[in-house]
Ligand binder design. Structure first.
Ligand code: ATP
Ligand code: MG
Length: 579
């Protein structure tokens, strides 16, 4: 490809709304352009990278027996009604009506459609297991699209689905997928972490996320310094280092705290650290459908800790999604102002304590009396709980749940997510096969997503410097850029650059020849080659030719050398095979 024929849409300015480096660089390098909030076009340079990523993903899916299909973006409401998600999904699901007044949605994911295909095509265990996948555009009306294509509304996903006669077969494919994801991440040269994850609204039990560590990541991932424990913070549990206080119980008294209601206000008034307080949060218990009902549940945490909503809503009997009781409900049902509530013996509702509070002595909590708090409260004598469950968000330095090592917390970009769905969709849609004994069995199912376009952004988050993108060879839009300098003055330069260009093409190297005329200065050409991050650069200039060859620069190390023109392409080919 020649730059004179390429839509090289580089820009000097960084748009104000581009908060993270990958977003800025993708815009500046001319990879993407915004059409609407969270909706982007891919320009030629960006598209080449997307193809590279998609091809790596495709090869690894094929390697484990995946079969590529393509499902429609437009999906009929009936299927989503069958699974129950037409009601369950919020405004993220973009719905519309066709000219015949039929309801449709734009696919945010394809469990329903794929289950419909397989229930119609597979009737015997002999046809299983089957793994299908597609690389296709999704639409999710995200509440807060941001960071360019990192959290877009329209984006490209690889979504794979597997169907099995039993759980054992599902588990085998799940392991294969796990390995395929690791292979993809290695081929993309990304540092990554696989962590245990919450299945969220997709459903199912076991699930893992693949994260690329980056400060700009929207998730927090937790791992142990002493074992292979790793989890999304939403799911992470652990011990506090100072969980047990062995002080002697002191006399408890109710002190007047007036209008002080928040942890901060009470601590300032009583001149204590928040960690001396037991705080109480009131949420709604589950009704018969599991959603928040009328009954209330109290959750207890140490004053300096924060609630983990994912863990809390997973507790049997707690309503999901988590709903906090409003002040009026608390006043009415618990006969107390919210600021003075405490886990006193007379509270009268199911009370769940985080393990970090159960070892506390002589603590402070609401006295369950207007304007008062208890000082030197102790369990049993003054306060109580019914059960112990992890409901706090772990922190750096907490003890790993397997007691080996301490927890480290880092930010991560979720690039992939795999789930064992079990029979959630196959049961709802009646997808069964005859098993070996000739009995009808509901299929077990797995689903496996990768953010193909998010990957492009994640690679840039890990591979950039102050001058621009530094692509790893595997996803670089071009492997080599040949820059000709003063070709309008030197026929030798033009001929040499053309010869190198032809040799590179013949050697199967993806090459971009910067043949723009003298209106584009050498400085601009160099800066742009660095901005767009092409790993290898050869400069053909009168000066380099006088020095005996062409100038090679590695984008990664910045090292320069003069190489003989007739050895240059073989050298690049070697560098590419070595990487
Ligand atoms: P997130 O927690 O980031 O919203 P998710 O859990 O909703 O992601 P999945 O349903 O597991 O995502 O989708 C599979 C993959 O698709 C994700 O791992 C991610 O790489 C990608 N993805 C999801 N939402 C977006 C988005 N809005 N923009 C770009 N990629 C996305
Ligand atoms: Mg996810």
């Amino acid at each position: 490809m020649r730059t004179s024929q390429f839509l090289l849409a580089t820009a000097k300015e960084t748009p104000a709304d581009a908060e993270i480096v990958s977003h800025r660089l993708m815009l500046r390098a001319g990879m993407i352009r915004k059409l609407a909030a969270g909706v982007y076009s891919f320009l030629p340079l960006g598209m080449r990278v997307v193809h590279k990523i998609a091809n790596i993903v495709r090869e690894e899916m094929d390697r484990i027996g995946g079969l590529e299909i393509l499902m429609p973006m437009v999906q009929p409401a009936e299927l989503w009604q069958e699974s129950g998600r037409w009601e369950d999904m919020g405004p993220e699901l973009a719905r519309f009506r066709d000219r015949h007044e039929r309801d449709f949605c734009l696919g945010p994911t394809h469990e329903e459609v794929v289950t419909d295909i397989i229930r119609n095509e597979c009737h015997s265990y002999r046809q299983l297991p089957v793994v299908v996948y597609q690389i296709q555009t999704k639409f999710r009306d995200e509440r807060r699209p941001r960071f360019g294509i990192m959290r877009a509304r329209e984006f490209i996903m690889k979504d794979a689905y597997s169907f099995h006669v039993d759980q054992a077969s599902l588990e085998k494919t799940y392991r294969d997928m796990h390995q395929a994801y690791e292979a993809i991440l290695r081929r993309l040269s990304l540092e990554y972490r696989a962590v245990a994850a919450d299945s969220g609204s997709i459903g199912g039990s076991t699930s893992h996320e693949f994260h690329v560590p980056a400060d700009s990541g929207e998730d927090e991932i937790v791992f142990s310094t002493g074992s292979d424990y790793a989890a999304n913070i939403e799911l992470a549990t652990g011990g506090v280092p100072d969980a047990v206080d062995d002080a002697e119980p002191l006399d408890c008294e109710a002190v007047d705290t007036g209008a002080a209601a928040t942890i901060e206000e009470v601590c300032t008034l009583l001149e204590v650290e928040p960690r001396r307080l037991v705080k109480i949060l009131i949420v709604h218990a589950a009704d018969e459908k599991g959603t928040p009902g009328d009954d209330l549940v109290a959750l207890l945490l140490r004053g300096d800790q924060t609630l983990n909503e994912t863990l809390a809503r997973q507790i049997e009997g707690v309503g999901s999604p988590l709903r906090f009781a409003d002040d009026e409900t608390i006043r009415e049902r618990l006969d107390c102002a919210p600021g003075c509530l405490g886990p006193v013996n007379s509270l009268g509702i199911r009370t769940i304590a985080d393990p970090s509070v159960t070892g506390m002595k002589n603590f402070i909590c609401g006295a369950h009396r207007a304007g008062h708090h208890l000082v030197n409260a102790n369990w049993e004598r003054d306060c109580r709980y019914d059960e112990i469950a992890h409901v706090r968000t772990v922190r750096e330095g907490d003890i790993s749940p397997d007691s080996k090592g301490t927890l480290t917390v880092r930010r991560g970009i979720e690039v992939g997510h795999i789930f064992q769905l079990g029979t959630k969709y196959s049961e709802a849609l009646g997808a069964s096969v005859l098993n070996e004994q000739g009995k009808s069995t509901v299929m077990h199912m797995g689903c496996y997503g990768i953010g193909v376009t998010r990957f492009a952004a994640a690679v840039i988050e890990q591979y950039h410097d102050e001058r621009g993108i530094v692509w790893p060879d595997s996803v670089a839009p071009f492997h080599l850029i040949i820059v000709e300098i003063d070709a309008h003055k030197s026929e030798q330069v033009r001929e040499q650059a053309e010869a190198l260009y032809r040799q590179a093409q013949a050697a199967g190297i993806e090459v971009l020849l910067d043949d723009r005329d003298r209106k584009t200065s050498p400085g601009v050409k160099f800066a742009e080659s660095e901005l767009i991050g092409i790993p290898h650069r050869l400069v053909v200039s009168p000066r380099a030719l006088a020095d005996g060859g062409v100038e090679y620069t590695s984008r990664r190390s910045g090292e320069k050398s003069i190489v003989a023109a007739d050895a240059a392409i073989a050298m690049i080919a070697d560098l590419l095979t070595a990487s």
